[in-house]
Design a protein around this ligand. Structure first.
Ligand code: HEC
Length: 452
């Protein structure tokens, strides 16, 4: 949806909804208080209750219309929105009904109407809690509360989920890349400031480059991307990014950025790059993972996506938490046929895990950065005929092992940055892997802008 009053109206929902919540609960409290105490409350008290209730109902109607506008703006879907909508609209309806019933109850001084009024207002308060719960899930994700709660509250909060719902398909960009750029670059290259004419919120500018006219990102070619060159320059270099004194992305984040550019720098919903093409090809005959297997991933907090809406293969990321080898094997075995992309970085990995993974029939991309793997553990890797991208960054692997990968039929990108492969060895590997993009990092990265 285009920026404008309607979009703004919708986005104010999270702000305005606090008014009906507070006012309607206060109205209920004001109604209960006289019944709890024996004191007589005067006409002024009743007037105050009226004011609170009417403003509560009015703000509920406004907040609900804002919510409907927000939901229509497109970026929400799924069961949580439907539930939130239902209970949010119930709050507005019950609040208005309460106003009418209070009005009639006072006019007719009827006992039945009074009971109906109390029931409507009580239901309204219940609906506020439920709507709030689903609303919270929408903004923070459904794991926000359960992940902080002790058992058995945590299991109670985790409802049965329809794990077959497609998540925002393969959204590597907004999950991993956007946060890095937001944290480290946007203060100088965003909408308020565009140093060097570069702004990361404009796809065309990024692809064309800023004042230098050198593309900041060349999809599929990390080493030709000015952004990567600047990130790897020595801190003392005037052209280094971010400039001296500013926080720099971690090594793991640099690998993530390079990995993403090598995969074709796909932004939200886009797919490209050899590992995706290969996965799409293999996915044609693939059967979807079982609900139990996906539920186990959900429960373990593993991030996973379908490769695309019509490709049931999975992109599975275990790098955001650490898992022990037994858990990794338990989680991966049931989805052996579905895993296309697998990120095991930063976990402790043993030889059995590698052997298991080497048998995955549809694996096209594997990241084992900083997992402690060495030559002896990795021998079975060369059996993976479908692998297009292999990341071994930060492990004590040697040229002897990597030489064996030369005959892997699909391999196109190999990360051996920060390994035991240095000097002469590195040059030899680079030469012998003519068709493979070998990413070495360190001093081997980008001597000058002109790396084509
Ligand atoms: C404190 C401000 C600041 C931050 C933070 C910053 N930059 Fe820059 N950037 C600049 C300035 C100033 C220039 C222009 C001077 C130059 O070319 O070195 C520039 C230029 C660039 C250019 C060259 C643009 C062109 O085509 O001329 C690239 C690429 C770049 N920055 C990438 C990044 C990346 C990637 C990050 C985040 C990791 C980042 N910058 C963070 C200030 C910043």
């Amino acid at each position: 949806m285009e920026p404008g009053y309607i979009l703004l109206f919708g986005r104010l929902h999270p702000l305005i909804l606090h008014f009906p919540v507070a006012l309607l609960m206060l109205a209920a409290f004001l109604e209960v208080l006289p019944r709890l105490s024996n004191k007589k409350f005067g006409a002024g008290y009743n007037l105050a209750t009226w004011v609170v209730l009417c403003f509560g109902a009015l703000s509920a109607v406004i907040a609900a219309s804002m919510g409907l506008t927000l939901a229509a703006s497109g970026s929400y879907d799924g069961a949580a929105v439907a539930s939130h909508k239902f209970f949010g609209l119930s709050v507005a309806t019950l609040a208005c009904l309460s106003v009418l019933l209070k009005l009639f109850a006072e006019e007719k001084t009827s006992g039945v109407l009074k009971i109906l009024y109390s029931s409507a207002l009580s239901l309204c308060v219940v609906a506020i809690f439920i709507a709030g719960h689903y609303g919270g899930n929408l903004t923070h994700g459904s794991e926000f509360l359960p992940s902080a709660a002790p058992e058995p509250i945590a299991s109670w909060l985790r409802e049965e989920k329809d794990t077959n719902i497609i998540r925002a398909s393969n959204d590597q960009f907004s999950q991993t890349i956007e946060p890095i750029i937001t944290e480290h670059c946007v203060s100088c290259h965003g909408d308020s400031k565009q140093e060097g004419g570069l702004r990361f919120d404009d796809h065309d500018v990024v692809m064309a480059g800023g004042e230098s006219g050198i593309p900041a990102i060349v999809p599929g070619k990390a080493l030709s991307s000015e952004m990567v060159r600047r990130l790897f320059l020595p801190r003392s270099d005037k052209k280094a990014m971010p400039p001296d004194g500013r926080s720099r992305p971690s090594d793991a984040q640099l690998v993530t950025i390079m990995d993403w550019i090598e995969a074709g720098a796909p932004c939200e919903g886009e797919s490209s790059g050899p590992s995706q093409l290969m996965a799409d090809y293999l996915g044609q005959d693939a059967v979807p993972a079982t609900n139990e297997a996906l539920a186990a991933l959900d429960e373990a907090g593993v991030v996973y996506y379908l490769m695309s809406e019509d490709n049931p293969l999975l992109n599975v990321d275990l790098s955001l938490k650490t898992y022990d080898t037994a858990t990794i094997e338990k989680l991966l075995s049931p989805i052996a046929e579905q895993v296309a992309w697998l990120n095991l970085s930063f976990n402790e990995i043993d030889e059995d895990t590698i052997r298991l993974v080497s048998k995955f029939p549809n694996l096209t991309r594997l990241s084992l950065a900083e997992t402690g793997v060495d030559d002896s553990m990795l021998r079975s890797i060369s059996d993976i005929d479908t692998l297009t991208s292999l990341n071994l960054t930060g492990n004590p692997v040697t040229a002897q092992l990597v030489e064996q990968f030369k005959d892997m039929p699909a391999l196109l990108t190999l990360y051996i940055w920060d390994t035991a492969i240095e000097g002469e060895d590195a040059i030899k590997i680079k030469d012998s892997f003519a068709d493979v993009n070998v990413i070495l990092g360190g001093n081997f990265i980008l001597p000058s802008t002109d790396t084509e």
